[in-house]
Write a new protein. Structure first.
Length: 215
Protein backbone atom coordinates (compact mmCIF):
# COMPACT_ATOMS: atom_id res chain seq x y z
CA UNK A 1 0.00 0.00 0.00
CA UNK A 2 1.40 3.38 -0.97
CA UNK A 3 1.90 6.26 1.43
CA UNK A 4 -0.63 8.27 -0.51
CA UNK A 5 -3.24 5.55 -0.11
CA UNK A 6 -2.57 5.35 3.66
CA UNK A 7 -2.94 9.11 4.08
CA UNK A 8 -6.19 9.04 2.16
CA UNK A 9 -7.68 6.37 4.47
CA UNK A 10 -6.53 8.22 7.61
CA UNK A 11 -8.12 11.42 6.38
CA UNK A 12 -11.34 9.55 5.60
CA UNK A 13 -11.45 8.11 9.12
CA UNK A 14 -10.79 11.56 10.64
CA UNK A 15 -13.62 13.06 8.63
CA UNK A 16 -15.90 10.22 9.80
CA UNK A 17 -15.36 11.20 13.45
CA UNK A 18 -15.87 14.90 12.98
CA UNK A 19 -18.89 15.96 15.12
CA UNK A 20 -21.75 17.14 13.03
CA UNK A 21 -22.61 20.72 14.19
CA UNK A 22 -26.30 19.91 13.94
CA UNK A 23 -25.86 16.98 16.31
CA UNK A 24 -23.99 19.19 18.78
CA UNK A 25 -26.74 21.78 18.66
CA UNK A 26 -29.34 19.07 19.25
CA UNK A 27 -27.48 17.72 22.30
CA UNK A 28 -27.23 21.23 23.76
CA UNK A 29 -30.93 21.87 23.20
CA UNK A 30 -31.92 18.57 24.85
CA UNK A 31 -29.68 19.27 27.84
CA UNK A 32 -31.07 22.78 28.18
CA UNK A 33 -34.61 21.40 28.02
CA UNK A 34 -33.91 18.88 30.78
CA UNK A 35 -32.34 21.54 32.98
CA UNK A 36 -35.28 23.84 32.37
CA UNK A 37 -37.84 21.19 33.31
CA UNK A 38 -35.95 20.27 36.47
CA UNK A 39 -35.66 23.93 37.46
CA UNK A 40 -39.37 24.51 36.79
CA UNK A 41 -40.40 21.52 38.91
CA UNK A 42 -38.12 22.63 41.73
CA UNK A 43 -39.50 26.16 41.57
CA UNK A 44 -43.13 25.03 41.69
CA UNK A 45 -42.65 22.35 44.37
CA UNK A 46 -43.97 23.91 47.59
CA UNK A 47 -43.52 20.80 49.74
CA UNK A 48 -42.15 21.35 53.23
CA UNK A 49 -40.68 18.97 55.77
CA UNK A 50 -42.71 18.53 58.93
CA UNK A 51 -42.67 16.10 61.85
CA UNK A 52 -44.94 13.08 62.18
CA UNK A 53 -45.43 10.81 65.19
CA UNK A 54 -43.22 7.73 65.19
CA UNK A 55 -45.52 6.17 67.80
CA UNK A 56 -48.86 6.94 69.41
CA UNK A 57 -48.61 9.67 72.06
CA UNK A 58 -51.11 10.38 74.83
CA UNK A 59 -51.56 13.67 76.70
CA UNK A 60 -48.71 14.17 79.15
CA UNK A 61 -46.15 12.16 77.17
CA UNK A 62 -42.76 13.80 76.76
CA UNK A 63 -41.82 13.72 73.08
CA UNK A 64 -38.24 14.00 71.80
CA UNK A 65 -36.93 14.35 68.26
CA UNK A 66 -36.00 10.65 68.30
CA UNK A 67 -39.71 9.84 68.72
CA UNK A 68 -40.60 11.62 65.47
CA UNK A 69 -40.08 11.09 61.76
CA UNK A 70 -39.81 13.68 58.99
CA UNK A 71 -42.34 13.83 56.16
CA UNK A 72 -42.26 16.00 53.03
CA UNK A 73 -45.79 17.19 52.35
CA UNK A 74 -47.72 20.00 50.69
CA UNK A 75 -49.69 21.94 53.27
CA UNK A 76 -50.11 25.35 51.60
CA UNK A 77 -51.98 27.66 54.00
CA UNK A 78 -52.11 24.94 56.69
CA UNK A 79 -48.33 24.92 57.11
CA UNK A 80 -48.50 27.17 60.19
CA UNK A 81 -50.56 24.54 62.00
CA UNK A 82 -47.78 21.92 62.04
CA UNK A 83 -44.27 21.70 63.44
CA UNK A 84 -41.77 22.30 60.63
CA UNK A 85 -38.44 20.51 60.62
CA UNK A 86 -35.88 22.53 62.54
CA UNK A 87 -38.46 24.20 64.79
CA UNK A 88 -38.63 21.41 67.37
CA UNK A 89 -37.17 22.43 70.76
CA UNK A 90 -34.00 20.52 71.66
CA UNK A 91 -35.60 19.35 74.91
CA UNK A 92 -38.72 18.13 73.12
CA UNK A 93 -42.24 18.93 74.23
CA UNK A 94 -45.13 17.63 76.29
CA UNK A 95 -48.10 16.34 74.28
CA UNK A 96 -51.33 18.07 75.27
CA UNK A 97 -53.53 15.82 73.11
CA UNK A 98 -53.49 12.34 71.64
CA UNK A 99 -51.37 11.96 68.49
CA UNK A 100 -51.72 8.75 66.48
CA UNK A 101 -48.70 7.05 64.93
CA UNK A 102 -48.01 8.55 61.49
CA UNK A 103 -50.07 11.66 62.21
CA UNK A 104 -48.47 15.02 61.46
CA UNK A 105 -47.66 16.78 64.73
CA UNK A 106 -49.88 19.88 65.10
CA UNK A 107 -48.62 22.95 66.89
CA UNK A 108 -51.74 22.76 69.08
CA UNK A 109 -50.30 19.62 70.69
CA UNK A 110 -47.12 21.44 71.71
CA UNK A 111 -47.19 21.75 75.49
CA UNK A 112 -44.62 23.21 77.84
CA UNK A 113 -41.09 22.56 76.59
CA UNK A 114 -39.79 22.00 80.09
CA UNK A 115 -42.87 20.22 81.41
CA UNK A 116 -43.25 22.71 84.24
CA UNK A 117 -46.55 24.32 83.31
CA UNK A 118 -48.63 21.13 83.22
CA UNK A 119 -48.99 18.19 85.56
CA UNK A 120 -51.28 15.19 85.87
CA UNK A 121 -53.76 14.70 88.71
CA UNK A 122 -56.14 11.81 89.34
CA UNK A 123 -59.71 12.91 90.03
CA UNK A 124 -62.66 10.80 91.18
CA UNK A 125 -65.82 12.65 90.11
CA UNK A 126 -68.82 11.73 92.25
CA UNK A 127 -71.21 12.28 89.35
CA UNK A 128 -69.51 9.74 87.12
CA UNK A 129 -68.23 10.36 83.61
CA UNK A 130 -69.94 11.13 80.35
CA UNK A 131 -69.44 8.67 77.52
CA UNK A 132 -67.85 11.46 75.49
CA UNK A 133 -65.02 11.84 78.02
CA UNK A 134 -62.11 10.01 76.41
CA UNK A 135 -58.30 10.35 76.30
CA UNK A 136 -57.37 13.60 74.59
CA UNK A 137 -60.71 15.28 75.28
CA UNK A 138 -60.87 18.76 76.78
CA UNK A 139 -62.93 18.94 79.98
CA UNK A 140 -63.89 21.37 82.73
CA UNK A 141 -63.77 20.40 86.40
CA UNK A 142 -66.69 21.65 88.48
CA UNK A 143 -66.79 21.69 92.29
CA UNK A 144 -69.74 22.03 94.65
CA UNK A 145 -68.62 22.81 98.23
CA UNK A 146 -70.58 21.80 101.33
CA UNK A 147 -71.84 24.67 103.47
CA UNK A 148 -72.25 24.88 107.27
CA UNK A 149 -75.74 23.41 107.07
CA UNK A 150 -74.57 20.27 105.31
CA UNK A 151 -75.99 21.43 102.02
CA UNK A 152 -74.00 21.70 98.81
CA UNK A 153 -73.68 25.09 97.15
CA UNK A 154 -74.10 25.72 93.45
CA UNK A 155 -71.23 24.22 91.47
CA UNK A 156 -68.60 26.37 89.83
CA UNK A 157 -65.74 25.74 87.43
CA UNK A 158 -62.38 25.39 89.20
CA UNK A 159 -60.38 24.16 86.18
CA UNK A 160 -61.19 25.01 82.59
CA UNK A 161 -59.82 23.15 79.57
CA UNK A 162 -58.07 20.28 81.35
CA UNK A 163 -56.97 17.44 79.05
CA UNK A 164 -57.90 13.82 79.71
CA UNK A 165 -54.84 11.60 79.91
CA UNK A 166 -56.59 8.30 80.60
CA UNK A 167 -59.57 6.72 82.32
CA UNK A 168 -58.86 4.60 85.38
CA UNK A 169 -60.72 1.80 87.09
CA UNK A 170 -58.52 0.52 89.86
CA UNK A 171 -59.48 -0.75 93.31
CA UNK A 172 -56.35 0.87 94.71
CA UNK A 173 -57.71 4.31 93.85
CA UNK A 174 -60.23 6.32 95.83
CA UNK A 175 -62.96 6.25 93.22
CA UNK A 176 -66.41 7.64 92.78
CA UNK A 177 -69.66 5.88 93.44
CA UNK A 178 -69.54 4.56 89.89
CA UNK A 179 -66.06 3.14 90.48
CA UNK A 180 -64.41 5.43 87.92
CA UNK A 181 -61.53 7.83 88.14
CA UNK A 182 -59.79 9.97 85.58
CA UNK A 183 -56.27 11.30 85.11
CA UNK A 184 -56.17 14.89 83.94
CA UNK A 185 -53.45 17.14 82.62
CA UNK A 186 -53.96 20.48 84.38
CA UNK A 187 -52.03 23.75 84.72
CA UNK A 188 -49.82 23.72 87.81
CA UNK A 189 -51.30 27.04 88.81
CA UNK A 190 -54.66 25.29 89.38
CA UNK A 191 -53.41 22.18 91.18
CA UNK A 192 -53.69 23.72 94.65
CA UNK A 193 -57.32 24.70 94.05
CA UNK A 194 -58.17 21.21 92.84
CA UNK A 195 -56.45 19.52 95.79
CA UNK A 196 -58.24 21.88 98.16
CA UNK A 197 -61.61 20.90 96.71
CA UNK A 198 -60.72 17.22 96.99
CA UNK A 199 -59.52 17.60 100.59
CA UNK A 200 -62.69 19.49 101.59
CA UNK A 201 -64.90 16.75 100.17
CA UNK A 202 -66.43 18.95 97.48
CA UNK A 203 -68.60 17.17 94.95
CA UNK A 204 -66.55 17.10 91.76
CA UNK A 205 -67.89 16.77 88.25
CA UNK A 206 -65.94 16.43 85.01
CA UNK A 207 -67.84 17.91 82.06
CA UNK A 208 -66.78 17.87 78.39
CA UNK A 209 -65.65 21.41 77.56
CA UNK A 210 -67.53 21.46 74.25
CA UNK A 211 -70.86 20.56 75.83
CA UNK A 212 -73.10 22.85 77.92
CA UNK A 213 -73.09 22.12 81.62
CA UNK A 214 -76.36 21.42 83.35
CA UNK A 215 -77.18 23.27 86.49
Amino acid sequence: MSRRSGRTQSQARARAFVLDPRLAIGVVLVAASVVGVVSLVAATDDSIEVYAAGATFTPGDRVLSSDLVVRSVKLNEAADHYIVRGELPEQGFVATRSIEVGELVPTSSLGSHDGLSLTSVVVAPQSGLSGSVAPGASVDVWASPEDDNGQYAAPGVIISGAVVVRLLDDDSLVSSAQGSAIELLVPRSRVARLLEAMANGDVLSVIPANLPAEG
